[in-house]
Ligand binder design. Sequence first.
Ligand SMILES: Cc1cc2nc3c(=O)[nH]c(=O)nc-3n(C[C@H](O)[C@H](O)[C@H](O)COP(=O)(O)O)c2cc1C
Length: 356
Amino acid sequence: MKYSCKYDVSMWNIGDIRVDGAAVLGPMSGFTFKSYREFMKPFGVAVSYSEMTSAVGIVNDDGHTSAYVDFDKNYPTGVQLFGHEAEDLAKAASIALETNPNIDFFDVNMGCPVHKIQRSGAGAILMKDPVKCGEIIRRMKQSVDVPITAKIRLGWDSDHMNYRDVIEELESAGVDAITVHARTKIEKYAGSPHYDVIADLQDDMTVPLIVSGNIYSLDDAVRAVGITGAKAVMVARGGVGNPFLVTQIDRYFRTGERLENPTVHEQVEWCIRLAEMILDEKGEDAGIRKLRSIAPKFIAGCHRSREYRLRLATQTVSMENMVSILDELDWKMGMERINSDGRRTYYSLDDCSDDC
Ligand SMILES: Cc1cc2nc3c(=O)[nH]c(=O)nc-3n(C[C@H](O)[C@H](O)[C@H](O)COP(=O)(O)O)c2cc1C
């Protein structure tokens, strides 16, 4: 199928921040930590977010949250906060910005479907009260002088898709951009996102729209933007182990050029580069644990790679050991190109059942 893009998405703004590019790296707890974001940046990421961070944790200085807000001046990087009291969120933003003036903006999580987060009154449950969503943004805007964005879903379930009410409240409170994950809370991460429901939504909005949901290939991105008119797409699961997807999206929306998928050899090199960066940030033990879940994704979707994925997931005990598994694969099938659709089916939904 051929999609055509009727929108120019190469330059847009988050408040006073000029954003150059259409590929946004979505917040993902357990993945979008500092070294992962730095690894992804040169592939063409226009904006990135921290993992979601507890506002109460920052306010109470609980010692676990400081790593989330610690980063160098990079490119528009937002700290994503979750919480349910406007006052906590406003205070957390101000403390975080004092701790790290490199924070370019704050995003508020209004879409997380995980039980633990809902129980605290944060995440997707906030959408049940659109006025409260607006109050949070208004209060945060009074507290800090950087842009504030929000990430929402379509609503609670298919009978309660109140995203338009929420957007209206957010906009009147002065939000600077909104991401819509085109699924309901009940759907979590499963099934096809409902881009048809938000067709041409950008036309009805006063701030930039970013869309999220099943962006695994360039065609997915072109289709999502073509339907909704969004300024950018959010790359989430589809980018883990396929950083070049960001380059494909970035290049297409600048020039119309379609770049081929990378080869297994390139994937192996990128996986090793990321591994070095993760070990540098997290240290050997924690780094290796992360790699067991991330490294297999670099070869997901390749023919005959199952054995190697399993070995990477279960036998990675050191960097040397991971490199030797990858080298063996590279030698066998280095010139094959990865298949984005194969990657889509590989991604088990269990991967994210409890992360956010
Ligand atoms: C493991 C995992 C962790 C996530 N963590 C966050 C998070 O911290 N904050 C957030 O707003 N969304 C989070 N998300 C949602 C993603 O940002 C994205 O909206 C969602 O995965 C839909 O995009 P996709 O279908 O292309 O993966 C997470 C998703 C996954 C799979």
